[in-house]
Design a protein around this ligand. Structure first.
Ligand SMILES: [Zn+2]
Length: 188
């Protein structure tokens, strides 16, 4: 059946995969835009503030702002004020955002295998407090625990560049220690 062209166009612009009755398409509506998963990765790695994210990702500020707004609207991240005048926020992952951790780990492990960085992985994931490495089922190879985001910690791997977030001094580490996986776990 013919539809008014404007309505059709409007929906096309809002939603790339509207005609896909598929959960993968639905997930990509939320995190499939360029940079979105890398923003989630960086927040997992402990970057919280706009300038930190912008500096590490080296993307245009307006693009970063658009992506952050979208992730916030979708409930993937939350905004926590850390300064009143002028008002400034930092970004944390919600439970919905933390539930992307297995996806990030799977992408990282797939990349380590099929698209490895020249000098090796930038990040190696460990079981926090145990030191065991994480297998493809997200089970600790040392103690056998099934790991979730908060159980894991990212360590700099051989491919980590000098400015990698895991190698930086953490000026506001105290603010991020509670509640979320502080030193993160994601890919680099
Ligand atoms: Zn372990």
């Amino acid at each position: 059946m013919m539809q008014p062209i404007t309505a059709k166009l409007g929906r096309m612009l809002r939603n790339d995969y509207e005609n896909q009755a598929c959960s993968i398409a639905g997930a990509l509506e939320v995190v499939g835009e360029r940079w979105s998963l890398l923003i989630v990765r960086d927040i997992l790695l402990g970057l919280r503030r706009f300038d930190e994210l912008q500096s590490h990702l080296a993307i245009a500020r307006n693009v970063l702002q658009t992506r952050l707004t979208r992730l916030h609207e979708q409930g993937v991240i939350e905004r926590i004020p850390y300064q009143e005048r002028p008002l400034r926020h930092e970004y944390r992952l919600t439970e919905k955002g933390l539930d992307l951790w297995p996806t990030i780990v799977a992408l990282m492990q797939w990349g380590d295998r099929y698209a490895p960085p020249e000098k090796g992985p930038a990040v190696v994931i460990e079981h926090r407090g145990c030191g065991g490495s994480v297998d493809e089922h997200r089970i600790c190879e040392k103690c056998g625990a099934k790991l979730r985001a908060r159980d894991a910690i990212g360590r700099p791997g051989p491919g980590a560049k000098p400015d990698h977030p895991l190698l930086r001094p953490r000026a506001h580490a105290g603010a991020s220690a509670a509640g979320s996986p502080a030193a993160g776990s994601a890919a680099g």
